[in-house]
Design a protein around this ligand. Structure first.
Ligand code: Z5A
Length: 206
């Protein structure tokens, strides 16, 4: 497989974006040509889909529609951005990827995990991540950080789901990690930013 493909996963406010920047600096210092991107999003079309998915006015979106929109965003993102960069031997760091679909639309929304696995395979063209860093955070801490960040104003459509949904997401991620122990590394997102960054460097450095 050409290039280096790293994905960051976990619940909201687990520190993915924070760690993504630190990891990008580390890889750049180690002579990698690094592309940072995110899902949903990463291309003009996929960013439009992202806006549709996160807007609160779309709260009546059906789970099946939601799943297919995340998949459509990924199919475009992989083909237009991720694969070309990997093919040139670069490093791609992506904030959320296939495991978010399995955790959110599968474990939390209750859609078929088998179907989601097939759909994920279809979207990624056979190029799964080399390393996935899963930032695990208790739901209470997710809420604490979300409230701090929004100043009590409430979040987007996905963030506004209830406690049971976010608990199912967290447990779903942990189950997925158990199924892919070679690829997925679970990190305690309650640690300090510096300690987590050191652990990330240790995993990726190896
Ligand atoms: N979604 C889906 O359902 N299906 C899919 O297939 C995909 C996604 C791909 C995208 O939201 C939503 O789409 C997401 C899943 C769903 N929904 N929800 N809910 P997003 O991209 O907007 O949101 P996010 O990925 O969760 O990003 P985030 O909320 O910004 O979280 P983060 O990137 O993990 O955290 P952060 O921005 O680095 O940090 C958040 C705050 O915590 C910030 O104030 C930091 O200073 C603080 N922080 C960070 N690290 C620490 C530590 N170690 N200690 C203390 N405080 C910290």
């Amino acid at each position: 497989m050409a290039g280096l493909f790293i994905t960051l996963e976990g619940p909201e406010c687990a520190g993915k974006s924070t760690q993504l920047k630190l990891l990008a600096d580390y890889l750049t210092q180690n002579c990698w040509n690094v592309l940072c991107t995110r899902e949903p999003g990463g291309t003009t079309l996929a960013e439009d889909i992202r806006n549709m998915l996160l807007e609160k006015r779309n709260e009546d979106i059906a789970p099946e529609t939601e799943l297919l929109l995340f998949a459509a965003s990924r199919a475009q993102h992989v083909r237009q951005v991720i694969l070309p960069h990997l093919d040139k031997g670069g490093a791609v760091i992506c904030d959320r990827f296939i495991d978010s679909t399995t955790a959110y639309q599968g474990y939390a929304r209750g859609l078929s995990i088998d179907f989601i696995n097939q759909l994920n395979d279809y979207c990624v063209c056979g190029r799964n991540p080399d390393i996935t860093l899963l930032f695990d955070l208790p739901v209470e801490e997710t809420w604490r950080r979300l409230t701090l960040r929004s100043g009590g104003k409430g979040g987007d459509r996905m963030e506004s789901q209830g406690n049971a949904f976010h608990t199912a997401v967290r447990n779903g991620f942990l189950q997925i990690a158990q199924q892919h122990p070679q690829r997925i590394h679970v990190l305690d997102a309650m640690q300090s930013i510096e300690d987590i960054a050191a652990r990330v460097r240790n995993i990726v450095g190896k």
